[in-house]
Ligand binder design. Structure first.
Ligand SMILES: C[S@@+](CC[C@H](N)C(=O)[O-])C[C@H]1O[C@@H](n2cnc3c(N)ncnc32)[C@H](O)[C@@H]1O
Length: 328
């Protein structure tokens, strides 16, 4: 396989280039089992395993949360690379992995809380694991399905003989009856549906008179969020599964208040941490890979220092220099 694929980023995919990993690891301040505590806003970042309850307890330390936003590996191959971080495993093993981390999530959820799970469906693998995960969730009696959101991506994949695949799924479950802030649910897309009349309290009203907002609601198909790519400020080079800040911020605004704790078991580029910092929430997050924990901490420090939410195409590990010519 030709790994020297064209990229304009200042850092290659961290999971794909073994030499690159070796170069970066000495600059990572955390090792497995470590938790970094932020003295400014009280965030925590760890190198921990989502499937181990002791690890999860280590970072939350008996605190409960009313919002978890988890984006586990989907058991699909991204960009034709099967890597240690994103390895494709048997479905049974994947379901065991999922059951373990979901169980751990339920341990730290408060009586009224939200759980969001980003997940994929592999076209070449019988659409797994989306349907399997949905069925697995039925075993967790305290969690009730609340919605199934689809984020429409601009770039998709597919051939001319198929509909292009542009979907990214997001499952939404609740425990108890948590608050939902509907204001967070409005997009910046103006309403255009005029002339839709309805009788309200005996008076005929037009759609716009009844509106709470001049903008359309996000609903459960999100078409207004730009997929992250190297030209955007929020881009974190080296990451392969970065979620847009706007999507995470929408979830945080709808499901939490200022000062609340938000938890994310799969930090990667640290998007939940950055979204929480910007919205004045406290975030506990971790990743099994010390490089992604380091990237998350650096991204927070970079935000505080420069006001920028990412590095665009620039290298977040300048210590190792230019990585364009790196050998695998
Ligand atoms: C899909 S990415 C998360 C993307 C993230 N939401 C973002 O916006 O950057 C999944 C992450 O889970 C991490 N991971 C895989 N297995 C894990 C485990 N058992 N515990 C914690 N993290 C794990 C991977 O290293 C990877 O960084």
């Amino acid at each position: 396989m030709n790994l020297e694929t064209k990229t304009t980023e200042g850092l290659k995919r961290i999971d794909t280039y073994h030499n690159l990993r070796e170069q970066i690891l000495p600059f990572c301040r955390l090792r497995y089992g470590d938790v970094w505590e932020d003295c400014v806003s009280g965030h925590r970042v760890g190198v921990l395993d989502a499937t181990k309850l002791d690890d999860v307890n280590k970072i939350v330390n008996k605190e409960k949360t009313n919002l978890i936003i988890n984006d586990p590996p989907y058991n699909v191959i991204v960009g034709n690379a099967n890597t240690v971080n994103l390895s494709k495993i048997g479905l049974e093993d994947y379901m065991t992995f999922s059951k373990q981390w979901i169980q751990n999530a339920t341990h730290i959820m408060s009586d009224d809380s939200h759980l969001y799970i980003w997940i994929g469906a592999d076209l070449k693998g019988d659409f797994q694991p989306l349907p399997d995960l949905m069925i697995l969730m039925r075993d967790f009696r305290e969690l009730n399905p609340r919605n199934w959101i689809t984020l429409r991506k601009q770039r998709g994949y597919g051939t001319q003989k198929n509909w292009m695949w542009v979907r990214q799924e997001l499952l939404y479950y609740v425990k108890g009856n948590p608050n939902f802030n509907v204001e967070a649910e409005y997009t910046g897309i103006p309403k255009i549906l005029r002339g839709y009349y309805k009788k309200v309290n005996g008076v005929i009203t037009e759609n716009f008179d009844r509106s709470k907002s001049q903008f359309i609601r996000a609903s459960n198909v999100w078409v207004d969020i730009q997929q992250v790519f190297y030209r955007m400020e929020e881009n974190v080079p080296g990451c392969y599964a970065q979620k847009p800040l706007k999507a995470i911020e929408r979830l945080i605004l709808s499901g939490s208040e200022m000062g609340n704790l938000v938890v994310d078991f799969f930090a990667h580029s640290g998007t939940t941490l950055i979204a929480g910092e910007r919205l004045k929430r406290k975030v506990y997050t971790f990743d099994l890979d010390p490089i992604f924990a380091e990237l998350s901490i650096r991204r927070l420090e970079h935000l505080r220092k420069t006001g920028q939410s990412g590095w665009q195409w620039r290298n977040p590990f300048p210590e190792i220099g230019d990585t364009f010519g790196v050998q695998q």
